[in-house]
Design a protein around this ligand. Structure first.
Ligand SMILES: [Zn+2]
Length: 295
């Protein structure tokens, strides 16, 4: 079976909400080299979703270049990582996508062919823009009823006011394998030219089990959901987060990000279990190569 591993790189500014750590960003300087070593160990080619804002910082660019040199794919994760992306005006969505594309093509010599909306906040207008710009795939759908619930809990505990973070409850009905969405209702199959590569959730109950969710609930959830995915013969699209592989930031910042307070050794153990399991059972490709294979 084939599958994909995707990393939301998300510079540290996306979770610090205003508090600054200066130009030093442990997501780039600490986590990305750790990802490279782990992916090398398990012979994984992955897809890294990077924001345009991060590519404007000179110190961060060389870490992304290293990913490219090691055969990983770089995809578009918008310019400003607005977690209510689907609520933005059409012109603003276009600008976020287009300007990040330009930065990527100037830096790495090729235009990205994949997109992930920040915090799974995707709608038909955004898919239409991506389709019009010739994108091969989008990977922003979390097929689960739990999106609004997780958003609510996130807002209560972190004091945020996002409305569409983690997607809508109707996303429960989206297919669990890559599909061409319908123009009017993107959670159903249709004839758009762009392919949606949904984030894998547990079949039937559609419980999310991507890495951040495991750290917010229990790492033990992984085996239950993963074995169910395998038994259902589904391709897997497993999502990891850059912030998961940094060291605790201590009292320097205020954030409720579940993985931030955990020691690296503990997160590393969970990651090694996840990656050794998936790389043992699946042939892992970049999302671009995976989509080309099934088209
Ligand atoms: Zn993100």
């Amino acid at each position: 079976m084939y599958g994909t591993i995707q990393v939301d790189v998300d510079g540290i500014w996306t979770i610090l909400k205003g508090s600054s750590v200066g130009d030093y960003d442990p997501v780039f300087e600490v986590a990305l080299p750790r990802f490279l070593r782990m992916f090398d160990r398990y012979k994984i080619k992955a897809t890294f979703f990077v924001t345009g804002n991060d590519l404007k910082v000179k110190e961060k660019i060389r870490f992304v270049h290293e990913l490219v040199e090691n055969g990983h794919e770089i995809a578009n994760h918008s310019m400003t990582h607005n977690v209510d992306f689907m609520l933005l005006k059409k012109e603003r969505k276009e600008k976020e996508i287009k300007e990040t594309e330009k930065l990527m093509s100037d830096l790495f010599g090729s235009i990205p062919v994949g997109f992930r909306a920040p915090a799974y906040s995707i709608d038909k207008e955004t898919l239409g823009i991506l389709e019009g710009r010739g994108y091969l795939y989008d990977s922003s759908l979390l097929p689960s009823f739990a999106g609004p619930l997780i958003n609510l809990m996130d807002n209560v505990f972190s004091g945020g006011d996002a409305k569409t973070k983690f997607g809508k409850a109707v996303n429960y009905f989206a297919p669990l394998r890559p599909y061409r969405p319908d123009h009017e209702n993107i959670v159903f199959r249709g004839d758009m030219s762009i392919v949606e590569v949904p984030v894998t959730t547990c079949p039937f109950f559609r419980v999310p089990f991507h890495s951040s969710f495991l750290f917010a609930s229990s790492p033990k959830l992984f085996d239950i959901c993963y074995n169910w995915v395998k038994a259902s013969k589904l391709p897997i699209n497993y999502v990891l987060h850059g912030v998961d592989l940094i060291d605790p930031l201590g009292g320097k910042v205020k954030s409720k990000q579940p993985s931030l307070g955990l020691k690296y050794s503990c997160k590393e153990k969970t990651y090694k279990h996840i990656l050794s399991s998936i790389s043992r059972d699946y042939k892992l490709l970049t999302t671009k190569d995976h989509v080309k294979r099934i088209l």
